[in-house]
Design a protein around this ligand. Sequence first.
Ligand code: PMP
Length: 297
Amino acid sequence: MNSYYSDDTVLFLDGEFVNAREARTDLFGQTLHYGYGVFEGIRAYRTVHGTKIFQAQAHFERLAESCRLMGIPLRYSPAELTQFSYQVLKRNNLSNAYLRPLVFCSPNMSLTTPREVSVMIAAWDWGKYFASSSLRVCISSYERPNPKSTHVEAKTCGHYVNSILATSEAKAKGFDEALMLDMNGFIAEGPGANFFMEKDGVLVTPKSGNILPGITRSVVIKICHELEIPVSESQIAPEDLESADAAFFCGTAAEITPIASIDGISFQKPWRKTVGRIVQEAYHCMVLDKNYSYVIV
Ligand code: PMP
């Protein structure tokens, strides 16, 4: 028994809805051996207008783009994948849930792009839980992959070896999470979330190029524009963190999670007084399909 599925769980697999216990995969696929596959992480929320998959189109467009960059064929459109996802939620009676679409390759032990792939979409319960506790973060000894070695903007399975190493190292050292640098020594991102720092009411996030430019990150930037909070995408050196007032991680799973300290140095501004807090509140309204124009800046 695990928390991802039970005897009754149904998942989408190659055009069919199948029982999760009966679903099978081949042991000779490139995804299992080489990490050559792509996936998404998506959330659904019970909103005032019913169950809504947050940013479904954006996530499935990114899945399609990840496939294109990686040379992995995908036979379904974002609209079709969204429809299948709603079916998975409905058949499993889920509303507050995490959705995991995965495109994985058919048996092929050679190092060539595949002709055939499988698509699965699974979902599991993820209570409407907004992370509020602050994280104690450390700068990782692991860098994000060099964009000359892979397409970092694709959500590729194998990239998460780097994430697992970084989070495990951080936890082993007694921290909650890691913050990784890029190959030039600038701040890049967390193992599964993007990074923002706040200084004098301005939010700054690493520019794209050496990161997975997250969908939550784009939503945060959009919220900032709407609420007239100054925001910039630029290079952040580790020394810049010393004069920052606050910082947070953002991602589909993390939502907006405040960072308490980096390498033991605490941010001085109380979270409730930051613009990050305003963005966090607006984000929570947005995922729940509520108007957030009332949020006072
Ligand atoms: N960076 C990495 C490495 C991630 O795994 C994620 C989670 N998908 C993010 C950033 C945030 O992306 P998103 O907001 O699209 O979930």
